[in-house]
Design a protein around this ligand. Structure first.
Ligand code: ADP
Length: 507
């Protein structure tokens, strides 16, 4: 405090009384000759504000040398507020205030612009000079160039903002493993707030059987090494185990000394599961596509043999074989077409290109058509239609038909012992509500949500025997969502299932 007060009031005679100034014949008009080569910008003004001297650092900072005795207050070409836009009037610059009010003005920041357009952040320190009688004789101003500090500050503020808003958890820690920063994504993933974790040891997140990992990681970091793609497990606040992929980098000070580490975590819990499902899907898809092709090939070969080798009468006698072969081929071609359509729809959904073409149509007729189609595929199921809905809906007819066919085909497919399938339709609060009930194998409660996901097929030995891609319900859900509708399931293992779609009437 003392030091500050001392520097605030300098008498001009103290400058001339300086033995070095006198010894070197320095005149009061140019007391800065001695300071010419110091790397801090300094200039003086007389009591009226006219610049009387400036050292080389000041001229370099301004990008020019002002005309002494002619220019006032500051040698800068242009001055702006720190927003870089609002100009500062020279008459109100810190030096002007110092001379007008006879007091030092510290702590202000301004931007100065050189004639070549280059800008610098500057902190001026104008101090009034007084004569022996306490009358103001002028002022000396030291201009601190704080551009580097400002830019570094902005850079770290930007970095902090990026870390804060990152979707991935980012944590920093000391070389003793004490957490020093903890972003929002880390809060979400681990369930601990920043307040709960900063200052705590990172070992709090490590499962007991993995505690030996931390010293090894710290050892590598101390050597300046980065630990990349480190697959491990960590525990959340509520005790859940997470599969994480960590990238840990050493943090170095300006002298290159490792002072801590930053850690980016990627939650991969459940991802390998997805890979497994994708593998299963590829196996299933090739099997599903290969089976009808093999069958079609076989029957075409059979028909060609009959045609090539048989006489007219024998051909006539083979009519039954020809007809059943053609029927099988036709069925297999339909199956292939459906599988390929499902695959196409899947890629349309993934690229956001599943479009709806809405028209107004009679819903009970559409249901009847879908039921007729499915009846043709089974002789072991009775499909019973119970309709309490009359009239039209405004929707994509083909897509709604596709959803109905998918649910009806599933009802048939997953009721291998036959029995009846019921389809109920009613009106409820502006929606057409259609429920398809079967008495088939049913679905475990744990799978009720999952069966609507891509590639998901309820696990269990028996399901392996039912052909399918595991994408029909995913597509149905997408189609219903595009109509602002829903698909839901009620089911009990071994008892049967009821799938319900709610379609806004949309008229
Ligand atoms: P896919 O039948 O081709 O496997 P879906 O997406 O249509 O694919 O169905 C997903 C899974 O839901 C099926 O694999 C099956 O396990 C289960 N599922 C669907 N409908 C029924 C049903 N009516 N009864 C029993 N399980 C069903």
């Amino acid at each position: 405090m003392d030091l500050v007060n001392k520097t605030r009031t300098i008498r001009s005679d103290q400058l001339v009384a300086d033995p070095y100034l006198n010894g070197n014949g320095t005149s009061l008009n140019n007391p800065l000759t001695l300071l010419e080569n110091i790397p801090v910008a300094i200039y003086t003004c007389d009591k009226d504000g006219y610049i009387t001297s400036s050292n080389k650092a000041a001229d370099d900072l301004w990008g020019r040398r002002p005309e002494y005795g002619k220019e006032k207050w500051c040698g800068s070409w242009k001055i702006f507020q720190t927003d870089g836009i609002t100009p500062v009037d020279l008459d109100t610059c810190p030096m002007a205030i110092t001379l007008k009010e006879g007091r030092a003005v510290y702590g202000k920041e301004i931007i100065i612009e050189r004639p070549d357009g280059h800008r610098r952040f500057v902190q001026p320190h104008p101090t009034p000079l007084f004569d022996a009688d306490g009358k103001i004789t002028g002022a000396v101003n030291m201009l601190l160039d704080i551009t580097d500090r400002k830019e570094a500050g902005e850079e770290s503020a930007q970095l902090a903002a990026i870390v804060h808003s990152s979707y991935d958890p980012i944590i920093s820690k000391t070389l003793d493993g004490i957490i020093t920063s903890w972003n929002e994504a880390a809060e979400r993933l681990f369930g601990y707030t920043a307040d709960e974790m900063i200052g705590q040891s990172v070992t709090r997140l490590i499962p007991p059987d993995r505690q030996t990992e931390e010293p090894l990681i710290l050892e590598r970091l101390k050597k300046g090494e980065k630990v990349e793609h480190f697959e491990t497990k960590r525990i959340t606040k509520d005790g859940h185990l997470l599969d994480l992929l960590l990238t840990i980098s050493p943090i170095k000070d300006p002298n290159g000394i490792v002072t801590g580490a930053s850690k980016i975590a990627k939650d991969i819990t459940g991802m390998k599961k997805i890979e497994e499902r994708k593998d299963d899907f590829i196996k299933m898809a090739s099997h599903e596509l290969k089976t009808p092709i093999t069958s079609i090939k076989g029957y075409v070969q059979l028909l060609m043999n009959i045609y090539d080798e048989m006489s007219e009468e024998n051909l006539l006698a083979s009519r039954g074989t020809v007809r059943s072969s053609l029927l099988t081929i036709s069925k297999q071609v339909s199956k292939l077409t459906r599988l390929v359509s499902e695959l196409l729809d899947l890629s349309r959904i993934e690229s956001g290109k599943l479009e709806l073409h809405k028209t107004t149509f009679d819903l009970p007729s559409l249901i009847e058509e879908a039921v007729q189609d499915v009846r043709l595929t089974t002789s072991r199921h009775a499909i019973i239609v119970c309709n309490d809905f009359e009239g039209n809906v405004h929707a994509d007819k083909d897509r709604i038909s596709q959803v109905l066919l998918n649910l009806l085909t599933n009802a048939v497919k997953y009721s291998p012992d036959g029995d009846c399938i019921e389809i109920y339709t009613e009106k409820e609060a502006g929606n057409a509500v259609i429920t398809i009930k079967d008495k088939g194998i049913g679905i475990d409660k744990g799978d009720h949500q999952k069966i609507f996901q891509r590639f998901y097929r309820a696990e269990g030995k028996s399901e392996q025997t039912y052909p399918g891609f595991g994408i029909g319900l995913f597509i149905a859900t997408e189609i219903m969502q595009r109509h602002n509708g829903t698909v839901a399931v009620k089911s009990e293992k071994g008892i049967g299932s009821a799938f319900t779609i709610e379609l806004p009437i949309g008229l």
